[in-house]
Design a protein around this ligand. Structure first.
Ligand code: ADP
Ligand code: GLC
Length: 477
Protein backbone atom coordinates (compact mmCIF):
# COMPACT_ATOMS: atom_id res chain seq x y z
CA UNK A 1 0.00 0.00 0.00
CA UNK A 2 1.25 3.49 -0.84
CA UNK A 3 0.81 6.03 1.95
CA UNK A 4 -0.48 9.58 1.64
CA UNK A 5 -0.83 12.21 4.35
CA UNK A 6 -3.70 14.55 3.49
CA UNK A 7 -3.62 17.93 5.27
CA UNK A 8 -6.68 20.14 5.46
CA UNK A 9 -8.67 22.47 7.70
CA UNK A 10 -12.00 20.68 7.29
CA UNK A 11 -13.24 17.17 6.68
CA UNK A 12 -16.64 15.45 6.67
CA UNK A 13 -18.00 14.11 9.06
CA UNK A 14 -16.06 16.25 11.57
CA UNK A 15 -16.26 19.82 10.43
CA UNK A 16 -17.53 21.46 7.24
CA UNK A 17 -18.02 24.93 5.86
CA UNK A 18 -18.06 23.96 2.18
CA UNK A 19 -17.19 21.43 -0.51
CA UNK A 20 -13.57 21.16 0.65
CA UNK A 21 -14.76 19.09 3.62
CA UNK A 22 -16.75 16.75 1.37
CA UNK A 23 -13.74 16.14 -0.84
CA UNK A 24 -11.21 15.64 1.97
CA UNK A 25 -13.63 13.24 3.67
CA UNK A 26 -14.39 11.23 0.55
CA UNK A 27 -10.85 10.78 -0.79
CA UNK A 28 -9.54 8.18 1.72
CA UNK A 29 -12.53 5.89 1.05
CA UNK A 30 -12.19 6.32 -2.71
CA UNK A 31 -8.42 5.70 -2.75
CA UNK A 32 -8.23 2.68 -0.49
CA UNK A 33 -9.45 0.14 -3.10
CA UNK A 34 -6.74 1.50 -5.43
CA UNK A 35 -3.94 0.61 -3.04
CA UNK A 36 -3.42 4.00 -1.36
CA UNK A 37 -3.80 4.43 2.37
CA UNK A 38 -4.63 8.08 3.03
CA UNK A 39 -4.62 9.56 6.54
CA UNK A 40 -6.11 13.01 7.12
CA UNK A 41 -4.53 15.50 9.54
CA UNK A 42 -7.01 18.04 10.86
CA UNK A 43 -6.91 20.65 13.66
CA UNK A 44 -8.60 19.42 16.85
CA UNK A 45 -11.40 22.00 16.96
CA UNK A 46 -13.60 21.85 20.09
CA UNK A 47 -15.19 18.45 20.63
CA UNK A 48 -13.38 16.59 17.86
CA UNK A 49 -10.84 14.66 19.92
CA UNK A 50 -13.56 12.96 21.96
CA UNK A 51 -14.99 11.49 18.76
CA UNK A 52 -11.86 9.39 18.08
CA UNK A 53 -11.63 5.85 19.40
CA UNK A 54 -8.31 4.10 20.23
CA UNK A 55 -6.49 7.39 20.73
CA UNK A 56 -2.69 7.43 20.81
CA UNK A 57 -0.27 10.38 20.93
CA UNK A 58 2.20 10.08 18.03
CA UNK A 59 3.99 13.44 17.97
CA UNK A 60 4.45 16.41 20.26
CA UNK A 61 6.15 19.76 20.52
CA UNK A 62 6.49 21.86 23.66
CA UNK A 63 5.95 25.22 22.03
CA UNK A 64 4.14 25.23 18.71
CA UNK A 65 3.39 28.86 17.94
CA UNK A 66 2.73 29.78 21.54
CA UNK A 67 1.76 26.65 23.42
CA UNK A 68 2.15 22.90 23.74
CA UNK A 69 0.77 20.74 20.94
CA UNK A 70 0.54 17.10 20.00
CA UNK A 71 -0.88 14.92 17.26
CA UNK A 72 -3.26 12.19 18.26
CA UNK A 73 -4.04 9.20 16.06
CA UNK A 74 -7.41 7.50 16.40
CA UNK A 75 -10.21 5.85 14.49
CA UNK A 76 -13.73 6.79 13.44
CA UNK A 77 -15.87 4.09 11.83
CA UNK A 78 -12.74 2.10 11.11
CA UNK A 79 -10.94 4.99 9.39
CA UNK A 80 -7.69 6.29 10.89
CA UNK A 81 -7.63 10.05 11.54
CA UNK A 82 -4.97 12.41 12.89
CA UNK A 83 -5.80 15.48 14.97
CA UNK A 84 -3.47 18.29 15.91
CA UNK A 85 -4.33 19.11 19.51
CA UNK A 86 -3.26 22.66 20.33
CA UNK A 87 -5.77 24.31 22.68
CA UNK A 88 -4.14 27.74 22.41
CA UNK A 89 -4.87 27.71 18.66
CA UNK A 90 -8.09 25.73 18.18
CA UNK A 91 -10.03 25.49 21.42
CA UNK A 92 -12.14 28.64 21.24
CA UNK A 93 -15.68 29.73 20.50
CA UNK A 94 -16.89 30.80 17.07
CA UNK A 95 -16.36 29.32 13.63
CA UNK A 96 -13.24 27.52 12.50
CA UNK A 97 -11.95 30.56 10.57
CA UNK A 98 -13.76 33.48 12.19
CA UNK A 99 -15.83 34.71 15.07
CA UNK A 100 -18.63 37.30 14.76
CA UNK A 101 -17.76 37.79 11.09
CA UNK A 102 -14.08 38.59 11.77
CA UNK A 103 -11.17 36.25 10.95
CA UNK A 104 -9.32 34.94 13.99
CA UNK A 105 -6.31 37.32 14.09
CA UNK A 106 -3.88 34.42 14.54
CA UNK A 107 -5.13 32.43 11.52
CA UNK A 108 -1.63 32.53 9.97
CA UNK A 109 -0.18 30.84 13.09
CA UNK A 110 -3.15 28.47 13.46
CA UNK A 111 -2.66 27.00 10.02
CA UNK A 112 1.12 27.33 9.98
CA UNK A 113 0.97 25.02 13.02
CA UNK A 114 -1.12 22.50 11.08
CA UNK A 115 1.35 22.64 8.19
CA UNK A 116 4.36 22.37 10.52
CA UNK A 117 2.99 19.26 12.23
CA UNK A 118 2.21 17.75 8.81
CA UNK A 119 5.75 18.37 7.60
CA UNK A 120 7.17 16.80 10.76
CA UNK A 121 5.01 13.68 10.29
CA UNK A 122 6.02 13.55 6.63
CA UNK A 123 9.66 13.58 7.65
CA UNK A 124 9.02 10.48 9.73
CA UNK A 125 8.57 12.27 13.05
CA UNK A 126 5.55 10.19 14.11
CA UNK A 127 6.34 7.69 16.86
CA UNK A 128 4.07 5.03 15.34
CA UNK A 129 6.39 4.33 12.42
CA UNK A 130 3.82 5.37 9.79
CA UNK A 131 5.59 7.46 7.17
CA UNK A 132 3.86 8.68 4.00
CA UNK A 133 5.53 8.80 0.61
CA UNK A 134 3.27 11.65 -0.53
CA UNK A 135 2.02 14.70 1.36
CA UNK A 136 -1.19 16.11 -0.14
CA UNK A 137 -1.99 19.67 0.99
CA UNK A 138 -5.37 21.34 0.43
CA UNK A 139 -5.75 25.09 -0.09
CA UNK A 140 -3.99 27.96 1.73
CA UNK A 141 -4.45 26.41 5.15
CA UNK A 142 -2.00 23.62 4.25
CA UNK A 143 0.12 25.61 1.79
CA UNK A 144 3.07 25.88 4.16
CA UNK A 145 3.38 22.09 4.53
CA UNK A 146 5.20 21.54 1.20
CA UNK A 147 7.07 24.80 1.83
CA UNK A 148 8.46 23.69 5.23
CA UNK A 149 9.62 20.41 3.66
CA UNK A 150 11.25 22.28 0.80
CA UNK A 151 13.01 24.81 3.05
CA UNK A 152 14.25 21.97 5.29
CA UNK A 153 15.82 20.34 2.24
CA UNK A 154 13.77 17.17 2.66
CA UNK A 155 13.99 15.29 -0.62
CA UNK A 156 12.55 11.86 0.11
CA UNK A 157 8.89 12.82 0.14
CA UNK A 158 6.81 14.04 -2.77
CA UNK A 159 4.23 16.81 -2.37
CA UNK A 160 0.97 17.77 -4.06
CA UNK A 161 -1.15 20.85 -3.42
CA UNK A 162 -4.78 21.10 -4.51
CA UNK A 163 -6.42 24.46 -5.14
CA UNK A 164 -10.08 24.30 -4.20
CA UNK A 165 -10.53 28.05 -4.47
CA UNK A 166 -7.81 30.52 -5.46
CA UNK A 167 -9.81 33.40 -4.00
CA UNK A 168 -8.53 32.47 -0.52
CA UNK A 169 -4.77 33.01 -0.53
CA UNK A 170 -3.62 32.86 3.09
CA UNK A 171 -2.30 36.41 3.36
CA UNK A 172 -0.15 37.40 6.32
CA UNK A 173 1.95 40.55 6.85
CA UNK A 174 5.63 40.24 5.92
CA UNK A 175 6.51 41.09 9.53
CA UNK A 176 5.25 37.61 10.56
CA UNK A 177 7.89 35.82 8.42
CA UNK A 178 10.20 34.70 11.22
CA UNK A 179 7.31 34.11 13.63
CA UNK A 180 5.87 31.69 11.07
CA UNK A 181 9.23 29.87 10.98
CA UNK A 182 9.86 30.92 7.38
CA UNK A 183 13.38 31.69 6.14
CA UNK A 184 14.19 35.17 4.85
CA UNK A 185 15.33 33.81 1.49
CA UNK A 186 11.77 32.58 0.78
CA UNK A 187 10.43 36.15 0.72
CA UNK A 188 10.94 36.89 -2.99
CA UNK A 189 8.63 37.22 -5.96
CA UNK A 190 9.66 33.71 -7.04
CA UNK A 191 8.93 32.54 -3.51
CA UNK A 192 6.05 33.20 -1.15
CA UNK A 193 5.99 36.99 -1.44
CA UNK A 194 2.70 38.30 -2.78
CA UNK A 195 2.39 42.06 -3.29
CA UNK A 196 4.49 42.76 -0.22
CA UNK A 197 2.77 40.18 2.00
CA UNK A 198 3.19 36.47 2.65
CA UNK A 199 0.78 34.16 0.81
CA UNK A 200 0.69 30.66 2.24
CA UNK A 201 -1.14 29.44 -0.87
CA UNK A 202 1.62 30.81 -3.08
CA UNK A 203 4.20 29.17 -0.79
CA UNK A 204 2.57 25.83 -1.57
CA UNK A 205 2.26 26.57 -5.28
CA UNK A 206 5.95 27.36 -5.71
CA UNK A 207 7.27 24.49 -3.59
CA UNK A 208 4.97 21.48 -4.19
CA UNK A 209 6.03 18.90 -6.79
CA UNK A 210 2.62 18.96 -8.42
CA UNK A 211 -0.42 21.25 -8.36
CA UNK A 212 -3.93 20.08 -8.95
CA UNK A 213 -7.23 21.87 -9.00
CA UNK A 214 -10.74 20.50 -8.97
CA UNK A 215 -11.74 20.69 -12.65
CA UNK A 216 -10.01 20.82 -16.03
CA UNK A 217 -11.76 24.08 -17.00
CA UNK A 218 -10.70 25.81 -13.76
CA UNK A 219 -7.13 24.63 -14.36
CA UNK A 220 -7.20 26.60 -17.64
CA UNK A 221 -9.07 29.56 -16.16
CA UNK A 222 -6.56 29.89 -13.30
CA UNK A 223 -3.87 30.92 -15.74
CA UNK A 224 -5.93 33.98 -16.79
CA UNK A 225 -5.99 37.20 -14.73
CA UNK A 226 -9.78 37.33 -14.33
CA UNK A 227 -9.72 33.98 -12.48
CA UNK A 228 -6.14 33.67 -11.19
CA UNK A 229 -6.56 36.72 -8.92
CA UNK A 230 -2.89 37.64 -9.00
CA UNK A 231 -1.56 34.08 -9.02
CA UNK A 232 -2.09 33.52 -12.77
CA UNK A 233 1.60 34.12 -13.54
CA UNK A 234 2.76 31.68 -10.87
CA UNK A 235 0.36 29.08 -12.21
CA UNK A 236 1.22 29.68 -15.86
CA UNK A 237 4.89 29.21 -14.98
CA UNK A 238 3.98 25.81 -13.56
CA UNK A 239 1.50 24.85 -16.29
CA UNK A 240 3.35 21.58 -16.90
CA UNK A 241 2.82 20.52 -13.29
CA UNK A 242 -0.82 21.65 -13.05
CA UNK A 243 -3.75 19.32 -13.73
CA UNK A 244 -7.50 19.50 -13.17
CA UNK A 245 -9.15 16.49 -11.52
CA UNK A 246 -12.91 16.72 -11.03
CA UNK A 247 -14.49 16.03 -7.67
CA UNK A 248 -16.95 13.20 -7.26
CA UNK A 249 -20.09 12.68 -5.23
CA UNK A 250 -20.09 10.48 -2.13
CA UNK A 251 -22.85 8.14 -3.27
CA UNK A 252 -23.20 6.59 0.17
CA UNK A 253 -24.58 9.98 1.24
CA UNK A 254 -26.19 11.27 -1.96
CA UNK A 255 -28.37 8.66 -3.71
CA UNK A 256 -32.11 9.04 -4.29
CA UNK A 257 -32.50 5.25 -4.31
CA UNK A 258 -31.43 5.14 -0.69
CA UNK A 259 -31.78 8.51 1.04
CA UNK A 260 -33.39 8.43 4.49
CA UNK A 261 -34.67 11.99 3.92
CA UNK A 262 -36.86 11.14 0.92
CA UNK A 263 -39.25 8.75 -0.79
CA UNK A 264 -36.91 6.56 -2.83
CA UNK A 265 -36.78 6.83 -6.62
CA UNK A 266 -34.46 5.93 -9.47
CA UNK A 267 -34.06 6.66 -13.16
CA UNK A 268 -36.33 3.68 -13.85
CA UNK A 269 -39.11 4.83 -11.52
CA UNK A 270 -39.52 8.54 -10.83
CA UNK A 271 -42.83 8.32 -8.94
CA UNK A 272 -41.10 9.00 -5.63
CA UNK A 273 -39.74 12.28 -6.99
CA UNK A 274 -43.23 13.72 -7.50
CA UNK A 275 -44.12 12.75 -3.93
CA UNK A 276 -40.94 14.41 -2.70
CA UNK A 277 -41.86 17.64 -4.48
CA UNK A 278 -45.27 17.68 -2.81
CA UNK A 279 -43.76 17.05 0.62
CA UNK A 280 -41.13 19.73 0.11
CA UNK A 281 -43.73 22.30 -0.95
CA UNK A 282 -45.80 21.46 2.13
CA UNK A 283 -42.74 21.72 4.39
CA UNK A 284 -41.75 25.12 3.00
CA UNK A 285 -45.24 26.56 2.72
CA UNK A 286 -45.13 26.72 -1.07
CA UNK A 287 -48.50 26.70 -2.83
CA UNK A 288 -49.55 25.52 -6.23
CA UNK A 289 -46.62 25.97 -8.60
CA UNK A 290 -47.48 25.07 -12.18
CA UNK A 291 -43.96 25.35 -13.56
CA UNK A 292 -40.60 24.07 -12.37
CA UNK A 293 -39.60 24.26 -8.71
CA UNK A 294 -36.00 25.51 -8.68
CA UNK A 295 -33.79 25.05 -5.63
CA UNK A 296 -30.58 26.70 -4.44
CA UNK A 297 -28.34 25.23 -1.70
CA UNK A 298 -25.38 27.52 -1.35
CA UNK A 299 -23.16 29.87 0.53
CA UNK A 300 -24.72 33.27 -0.18
CA UNK A 301 -21.76 35.18 -1.63
CA UNK A 302 -20.85 37.14 -4.74
CA UNK A 303 -18.88 34.08 -6.02
CA UNK A 304 -22.14 32.14 -6.16
CA UNK A 305 -23.96 34.85 -8.20
CA UNK A 306 -26.75 35.20 -5.64
CA UNK A 307 -27.11 38.91 -6.45
CA UNK A 308 -27.93 37.93 -10.05
CA UNK A 309 -30.53 35.50 -8.80
CA UNK A 310 -32.18 38.15 -6.64
CA UNK A 311 -32.78 40.26 -9.75
CA UNK A 312 -33.88 37.39 -12.03
CA UNK A 313 -36.39 35.94 -9.54
CA UNK A 314 -39.42 38.11 -10.41
CA UNK A 315 -39.26 37.24 -14.08
CA UNK A 316 -38.96 33.52 -13.34
CA UNK A 317 -41.84 33.45 -10.87
CA UNK A 318 -44.05 35.49 -13.24
CA UNK A 319 -43.36 32.85 -15.89
CA UNK A 320 -44.75 30.13 -13.59
CA UNK A 321 -41.68 28.93 -11.65
CA UNK A 322 -41.18 28.48 -7.92
CA UNK A 323 -38.02 28.93 -5.89
CA UNK A 324 -36.71 27.36 -2.68
CA UNK A 325 -33.39 28.64 -1.33
CA UNK A 326 -31.29 27.36 1.59
CA UNK A 327 -28.11 29.17 2.53
CA UNK A 328 -26.22 31.57 4.72
CA UNK A 329 -23.62 34.22 4.01
CA UNK A 330 -23.54 37.93 3.20
CA UNK A 331 -26.27 39.72 5.09
CA UNK A 332 -27.17 41.91 2.11
CA UNK A 333 -27.73 38.83 -0.06
CA UNK A 334 -29.76 37.12 2.66
CA UNK A 335 -31.92 40.25 2.86
CA UNK A 336 -32.33 40.45 -0.94
CA UNK A 337 -33.58 36.87 -1.07
CA UNK A 338 -35.87 37.41 1.92
CA UNK A 339 -37.32 40.42 0.12
CA UNK A 340 -38.08 38.17 -2.88
CA UNK A 341 -39.80 35.73 -0.52
CA UNK A 342 -41.93 38.57 0.87
CA UNK A 343 -42.90 39.68 -2.68
CA UNK A 344 -43.93 36.15 -3.67
CA UNK A 345 -45.68 34.42 -0.77
CA UNK A 346 -46.31 30.76 -1.56
CA UNK A 347 -43.98 30.90 -4.57
CA UNK A 348 -40.60 31.70 -3.07
CA UNK A 349 -39.30 30.09 0.16
CA UNK A 350 -36.04 31.26 1.71
CA UNK A 351 -34.42 29.46 4.64
CA UNK A 352 -31.39 31.19 6.10
CA UNK A 353 -29.23 28.60 7.85
CA UNK A 354 -27.27 25.43 7.40
CA UNK A 355 -29.34 22.24 7.29
CA UNK A 356 -28.08 18.95 5.83
CA UNK A 357 -31.44 17.20 6.08
CA UNK A 358 -33.33 19.99 4.33
CA UNK A 359 -30.63 20.07 1.64
CA UNK A 360 -31.35 16.40 0.89
CA UNK A 361 -35.11 16.98 0.82
CA UNK A 362 -34.62 19.91 -1.56
CA UNK A 363 -32.54 17.88 -4.02
CA UNK A 364 -35.11 15.09 -3.87
CA UNK A 365 -38.10 17.41 -4.33
CA UNK A 366 -36.82 20.12 -6.67
CA UNK A 367 -37.10 20.04 -10.46
CA UNK A 368 -33.96 22.10 -11.06
CA UNK A 369 -30.96 23.31 -9.07
CA UNK A 370 -29.58 26.78 -9.84
CA UNK A 371 -25.83 27.50 -9.70
CA UNK A 372 -25.24 30.94 -11.27
CA UNK A 373 -21.62 31.21 -10.01
CA UNK A 374 -19.24 33.86 -11.33
CA UNK A 375 -16.51 31.29 -10.86
CA UNK A 376 -16.73 27.73 -9.60
CA UNK A 377 -13.62 25.61 -9.21
CA UNK A 378 -15.71 22.44 -9.26
CA UNK A 379 -19.03 22.76 -7.47
CA UNK A 380 -20.82 19.84 -5.88
CA UNK A 381 -24.48 20.86 -5.89
CA UNK A 382 -24.84 20.60 -9.67
CA UNK A 383 -23.54 17.03 -9.36
CA UNK A 384 -26.03 16.23 -6.58
CA UNK A 385 -28.62 17.65 -9.00
CA UNK A 386 -27.53 15.21 -11.72
CA UNK A 387 -27.65 12.30 -9.27
CA UNK A 388 -31.18 13.28 -8.12
CA UNK A 389 -32.56 14.10 -11.59
CA UNK A 390 -32.86 17.73 -10.46
CA UNK A 391 -31.75 19.48 -13.60
CA UNK A 392 -28.77 21.84 -13.10
CA UNK A 393 -29.06 25.37 -14.47
CA UNK A 394 -25.48 26.60 -14.36
CA UNK A 395 -23.09 29.30 -15.49
CA UNK A 396 -20.67 27.88 -18.06
CA UNK A 397 -17.59 28.26 -15.90
CA UNK A 398 -15.11 26.01 -14.07
CA UNK A 399 -16.35 22.61 -12.98
CA UNK A 400 -19.93 23.55 -13.87
CA UNK A 401 -18.80 23.62 -17.48
CA UNK A 402 -17.15 20.19 -17.14
CA UNK A 403 -20.04 18.36 -15.49
CA UNK A 404 -23.20 19.64 -17.20
CA UNK A 405 -24.12 19.13 -20.86
CA UNK A 406 -26.21 22.17 -21.79
CA UNK A 407 -29.48 21.74 -23.68
CA UNK A 408 -29.05 22.70 -27.34
CA UNK A 409 -31.03 21.43 -30.33
CA UNK A 410 -28.18 18.96 -31.04
CA UNK A 411 -27.72 17.70 -27.47
CA UNK A 412 -31.48 17.32 -27.05
CA UNK A 413 -31.71 15.34 -30.32
CA UNK A 414 -28.91 13.08 -29.12
CA UNK A 415 -30.65 12.67 -25.72
CA UNK A 416 -27.39 13.88 -24.17
CA UNK A 417 -28.51 17.14 -22.53
CA UNK A 418 -28.29 17.01 -18.73
CA UNK A 419 -28.87 20.67 -17.87
CA UNK A 420 -29.05 24.28 -18.97
CA UNK A 421 -25.90 26.37 -19.25
CA UNK A 422 -25.57 30.11 -19.73
CA UNK A 423 -22.88 32.63 -20.51
CA UNK A 424 -21.84 35.38 -19.81
CA UNK A 425 -22.53 35.28 -16.09
CA UNK A 426 -24.94 38.20 -15.79
CA UNK A 427 -28.55 38.82 -14.87
CA UNK A 428 -29.76 38.90 -18.48
CA UNK A 429 -28.24 35.52 -19.37
CA UNK A 430 -29.51 33.99 -16.12
CA UNK A 431 -33.03 35.30 -16.79
CA UNK A 432 -32.79 33.75 -20.28
CA UNK A 433 -31.71 30.42 -18.81
CA UNK A 434 -34.64 30.48 -16.39
CA UNK A 435 -37.07 31.17 -19.26
CA UNK A 436 -35.55 28.20 -21.07
CA UNK A 437 -36.06 26.14 -17.91
CA UNK A 438 -39.77 26.96 -17.89
CA UNK A 439 -40.09 26.01 -21.59
CA UNK A 440 -38.16 22.75 -21.32
CA UNK A 441 -40.04 21.73 -18.19
CA UNK A 442 -43.32 22.17 -20.07
CA UNK A 443 -42.11 19.88 -22.87
CA UNK A 444 -42.68 16.62 -21.00
CA UNK A 445 -40.84 14.33 -23.42
CA UNK A 446 -37.69 16.40 -23.58
CA UNK A 447 -37.81 17.00 -19.84
CA UNK A 448 -38.04 13.24 -19.05
CA UNK A 449 -35.17 12.54 -21.44
CA UNK A 450 -33.06 15.17 -19.67
CA UNK A 451 -33.82 13.66 -16.26
CA UNK A 452 -32.81 10.22 -17.51
CA UNK A 453 -29.59 11.53 -19.07
CA UNK A 454 -28.77 13.46 -15.87
CA UNK A 455 -29.28 10.42 -13.66
CA UNK A 456 -27.15 8.31 -15.99
CA UNK A 457 -24.17 10.70 -15.79
CA UNK A 458 -21.20 9.28 -13.88
CA UNK A 459 -20.51 11.62 -10.96
CA UNK A 460 -18.92 8.97 -8.77
CA UNK A 461 -15.44 9.13 -7.25
CA UNK A 462 -14.27 6.19 -9.38
CA UNK A 463 -12.66 8.17 -12.20
CA UNK A 464 -11.29 11.03 -10.06
CA UNK A 465 -9.81 8.61 -7.49
CA UNK A 466 -8.01 6.78 -10.27
CA UNK A 467 -6.60 10.10 -11.51
CA UNK A 468 -5.23 10.91 -8.02
CA UNK A 469 -3.80 7.40 -7.68
CA UNK A 470 -2.08 7.76 -11.07
CA UNK A 471 -0.67 11.12 -10.00
CA UNK A 472 0.75 9.72 -6.73
CA UNK A 473 2.18 6.71 -8.59
CA UNK A 474 3.89 8.94 -11.14
CA UNK A 475 5.54 10.86 -8.29
CA UNK A 476 6.89 7.94 -6.31
CA UNK A 477 7.80 5.65 -9.22
P1 ADP B 1 -18.37 25.67 -1.96
O1 ADP B 1 -17.40 24.71 -1.38
O2 ADP B 1 -17.74 26.72 -2.81
O3 ADP B 1 -19.29 26.27 -0.95
P2 ADP B 1 -19.51 23.31 -3.28
O4 ADP B 1 -20.65 23.22 -4.23
O5 ADP B 1 -18.25 22.64 -3.64
O6 ADP B 1 -19.29 24.87 -2.98
O7 ADP B 1 -19.90 22.67 -1.87
C1 ADP B 1 -20.89 23.18 -1.05
C2 ADP B 1 -21.30 22.09 -0.08
O8 ADP B 1 -21.93 22.67 1.06
C3 ADP B 1 -22.30 21.11 -0.65
O9 ADP B 1 -22.14 19.85 -0.03
C4 ADP B 1 -23.64 21.76 -0.26
O10 ADP B 1 -24.69 20.84 -0.23
C5 ADP B 1 -23.30 22.26 1.11
N1 ADP B 1 -24.08 23.42 1.57
C6 ADP B 1 -23.90 24.72 1.23
N2 ADP B 1 -24.76 25.52 1.90
C7 ADP B 1 -25.52 24.70 2.66
C8 ADP B 1 -26.59 24.91 3.60
N3 ADP B 1 -27.05 26.14 3.84
N4 ADP B 1 -27.14 23.83 4.21
C9 ADP B 1 -26.67 22.58 3.95
N5 ADP B 1 -25.67 22.33 3.08
C10 ADP B 1 -25.09 23.35 2.45
C1 GLC C 1 -14.27 25.12 -3.15
C2 GLC C 1 -14.91 25.57 -4.44
C3 GLC C 1 -15.91 24.55 -5.00
C4 GLC C 1 -15.36 23.14 -4.91
C5 GLC C 1 -14.93 22.84 -3.49
C6 GLC C 1 -14.38 21.43 -3.33
O1 GLC C 1 -15.02 25.43 -2.04
O2 GLC C 1 -15.54 26.83 -4.30
O3 GLC C 1 -16.18 24.86 -6.35
O4 GLC C 1 -16.35 22.21 -5.32
O5 GLC C 1 -13.93 23.73 -3.10
O6 GLC C 1 -13.30 21.18 -4.20
Amino acid sequence: MGKVLSVASECVPFVKTGGLADVVGALPKALSPLGWEMRVLLPAYPGLEARLANRKKIWEEEDLFGGPAHVVRGTVDGTTMLLLVAPHLYDRPGGIYSVDGKDHPDNPERFAALSWAAAELAKGGGTDGWRPSVLHAHDWQAGLAPAYLNYAGTTDIRTVITIHNVAFQGIAPASRLAALRLPGHAFTSDGLEYYGNISTLKAGLVTADRITTVSPTYAEELMRPEFGLGLEGVLAARAGDLTGILNGVDESVWSPEDDPECAPYSKRSLKGKAANRERLCAELGLGDIGGPLAIVVSRLTAQKGIDLLATATDDFISAGGGLALLGTGDHALEAAMQAAEARWPGRVAVRIGYDEGLAHRMFAGGDAVLVPSRFEPCGLTQMYGLRYGTIPVVAATGGLNDTVIGATPASIRAAAATGITFHPVDGIALAGALRRLVQLHADRRTWSAMIRAAMKADVSWTGPARAYADLYRSLVA
